[in-house]
Design a protein around this ligand. Structure first.
Ligand SMILES: [Zn+2]
Length: 70
């Protein structure tokens, strides 16, 4: 099943042999040899690689809610 590796949407389009596009988050990705690479589509139509294969996708910056008195 094809779903967006970035946002998980199922409304994805195939734009190439191993290339897909997600309308929800406007990202492209390729699946070559089991390796998924995600590209961000810029406003001018160019694409930039977003995440390397080693980096976890859910890299959210979260701060513990610590309050300092004083
Ligand atoms: Zn998406």
């Amino acid at each position: 099943m094809n779903s967006c590796p970035f946002c998980g949407a199922r409304e994805v389009g195939r734009i190439g042999r191993e290339r897909y596009y997600c309308r929800d988050c406007c990202h492209e990705w390729t699946r070559g040899g089991g390796e998924v690479k995600i590209y961000e589509v810029m406003s001018d139509g160019s694409v930039e690689p977003l995440i390397t294969e080693c980096e976890p996708i859910s890299r959210v910056v979260s701060r513990p809610a610590v309050r300092r008195a004083g």
